[in-house]
Design a protein around this ligand. Structure first.
Ligand SMILES: [Zn+2]
Length: 202
């Protein structure tokens, strides 16, 4: 299930998409990541990496980044130094209420994820890496869909990946996302401010 693809059409922006960072979710994220092709990138670089099956540990667990796959994620980020970072995840349907609950702040120490549509959720990256490995102006996105996605959910998820792959800058990406999901982008902006201070929405 390990999958790697490099699309090289220049140096900037430098994008890294990682899927399947824990458990068996790579089986699902691979279905989406494989749909991103050379045509989706007009400028800059895109590295796509899907991880193999690993024991499940939340990326919000401090031990995660000491695990084998956690170290692999850190290695990839340090090696490719992306300015646009996407973590592709999937969730079990029973976890849905927990992921979007306002109580995620107190229970998991992070803002709730925001639903774009069809069960596709968006958020920032784990706070362990968002502020330490990335600059404020870098783009950090966590994308979630059900692990048994409907065709509609999968299409929404792939569409977001394609938008990110085809955006030439943060402004360009924000503009495209705002057009499709105005209220969600505004909520993401509020959450980022609340959680990280003067940070952009993704
Ligand atoms: Zn996950």
């Amino acid at each position: 299930m390990t999958y790697f693809k490099l699309i090289d059409k220049g140096t900037e922006p430098n994008r890294l998409f990682i899927g399947g960072v824990h458990g068996k979710e790579g089986f699902t994220t691979l279905k989406a990541l494989q749909k991103i092709g050379d045509d989706n990138v007009t400028e800059g670089k895109l590295v796509i990496h899907n991880c193999d099956v690993s024991p499940y540990l939340s990326t919000l667990d401090p031990l995660y980044y000491q695990s084998e796959v956690g170290k692999e994620v850190l290695y990839l980020i340090n090696h490719y130094q992306p300015t646009v970072y996407v973590e592709a995840h999937c969730y079990k349907r029973k976890s849905y209420p927990k992921l979007i609950s306002p109580q995620r702040r107190t229970k998991a120490g992070v803002p709730p994820l925001i639903e774009l549509e069809k069960g596709v959720l968006i958020g920032s990256a784990s706070p362990f890496i968002r502020t330490s490995l990335f600059k404020r102006e870098d783009v950090c996105i966590t994308l979630e869909m059900p692990c048994d996605p409907s065709q509609e959910s999968l299409n929404v998820y792939v569409n977001i990946l394609r938008i990110i792959a085809s955006s030439g800058s943060r402004d360009d990406l924000e503009k495209k996302m705002k057009k499709l999901y105005p209220t969600q982008v505004e909520t993401a902006r509020e959450y980022a401010r609340e959680f990280f201070g003067d940070y952009p929405p993704f």
